[in-house]
Design a protein around this ligand. Structure first.
Ligand SMILES: Cc1ncc(COP(=O)(O)O)c(C=O)c1O
Length: 404
């Protein structure tokens, strides 16, 4: 008789978005006259920029002609895209990353879930709390997280690094030494960012302890402050301790198109075993590449037209973020994030539970957000709003919240 992977059975249900969805649907059914504004989604709403649409059309046409038709993509992704990434995302920022250290994929979610596969089961992971749930759940599936404590909502073999208002929602170096450290800045869900000096401390720490940092920079395009690094490779020494994950979802609206990449520097080794060759082996064996037309669309992100259009798109979302930040501050809320990220992290009033605040906001303002508790124990007492809605809806949502 076949047996299932028992580690999957340890996973608590993905409660957060099914539960918020259920509550929103129930509210809408009971109040059909009220239009609920969703500031809960982590998905973009603006259409693809014209430069990207043009590149897609051109690539589709190429696929229709024998001379320009493409079949399977090269293992690492097309050279035209990898060299463009190396130039624009790295060399232009003074980072030394070669095109063959870049692995093109269909997004950062898959990569952040899959990357743990090249590490031994005995490694101990450290995550921020609150956290993007994929890092923890993928390690649970791999049998690396230990046992789940339902009361504390924590795993026995995971080091949690609290990110609280006391540290501006940045983690402190953990007391217990981890082997794998997941960092995500600008952060989902808190919207917090770290300075280059802060990130450099983590790079030094990882090099000193022989740990690897898995750095998720999916929200890099939203950085507005000078001293916030766009890549971990801006920090000296990162080539020997860090893997970086990037996504085209939030900088260019590819959430439905799907494109991302992972950087594994060749200097990243343990006992002479190179993580680059392990990831290359894994990528070559289990993955057949992002579609040619999507990789051409990705290339257009870096064209002069593409860059200008996407700058406007980011500015559109960040205008929403500024509107939420200012509006909630005026209404007396304690808020953070929203400056280098499209997420606003607000403290629930009067110490209210985050699920209770979800209900109050829905019932009294017809606005949906995401309860902080869904991202980890230290998310309790907080609430996430996103800047990905339309400007009109965002202004209306803020008006309603102010009236509560
Ligand atoms: C921190 C973080 N990483 C990765 C992703 C997923 O990115 P992608 O769409 O490229 O899979 C998200 C999406 O919300 C995210 O918040």
């Amino acid at each position: 008789m076949f047996k299932v992977n028992k580690d999957y059975l340890k996973l608590p249900g993905s409660y957060l978005f099914s539960e918020t969805g259920r509550r929103i649907r129930e509210f809408e059914a009971a109040h059909p006259e009220k239009k609920v504004i969703r500031l809960s989604i982590g998905d973009v709403t603006q259409p693809l920029a014209p430069a990207i649409i043009e590149a897609l059309h051109d690539a589709v046409d190429e696929m229709g002609h024998e001379e320009t038709f493409r079949g399977y993509a090269p293992d690492l992704g097309y050279e035209f895209l990898r060299s463009t990434i190396a130039e624009h995302d790295y060399r232009a920022r003074g980072c030394e990353i070669a095109p063959d250290e870049i692995f093109v994929s269909d997004g950062a979610k898959c990569d952040s879930g899959n990357i743990q596969e090249i590490f031994d089961k005995d490694n101990k992971i450290a995550v921020c709390d609150p956290v993007y749930p994929v890092y923890v759940d993928s390690n649970v599936m791999a049998g690396r997280a230990g046992t789940y404590d339902r009361e504390k909502e924590t795993w026995s073999n995971v080091i949690y690094m609290p990110c609280t208002s006391a540290t501006n929602f940045a983690p402190e170096l953990p007391r217990e030494t981890p082997d794998m450290i997941y960092l995500c800045f600008p952060n989902n869900p808190t919207g917090a960012a770290v300075t280059k000096a802060q990130l450099a401390r983590w790079v030094d720490y990882a090099n000193q302890k022989g740990a690897v940092i898995i750095y998720d920079a999916a929200y890099e395009a939203y950085i507005s402050q000078e001293d916030v690094p766009h890549s971990i490779y801006e920090c000296e020494g990162a080539r020997t301790c860090a893997i970086e994950l990037r996504s085209f979802s939030k900088n260019a609206g590819f959430t439905g198109l799907r494109l991302g990449y992972t950087v594994v520097p060749k200097d990243l080794k343990v006992n002479d075993v190179s993580l680059h060759s392990l990831w290359a082996r894994r990528h070559g064996t289990k993955y057949n590449g992002a579609p040619y037309i999507v990789q051409r669309a990705g290339e257009a992100v870096y064209s002069a037209k593409g860059e200008a259009q996407l700058k406007q798109q980011i500015a559109y979302y960040m205008k929403n973020a500024a509107c939420i930040l200012q509006g909630l501050r005026d209404a007396g809320y304690r808020v953070s994030g929203g400056v280098n990220a499209p997420y606003i992290w607000l403290e629930t009033p009067k110490g209210m539970g985050s699920w209770q605040f979800f209900d109050e906001l829905l019932e009294n303002a017809g606005v949906a957000g995401t309860p902080g508790a869904g991202f980890g124990p230290n998310g309790e007492g907080y609430f996430r709003l996103t800047a990905f809605g339309s400007y009109e809806n965002t202004v209306e949502a803020v008006r309603r919240i102010k009236e509560m």
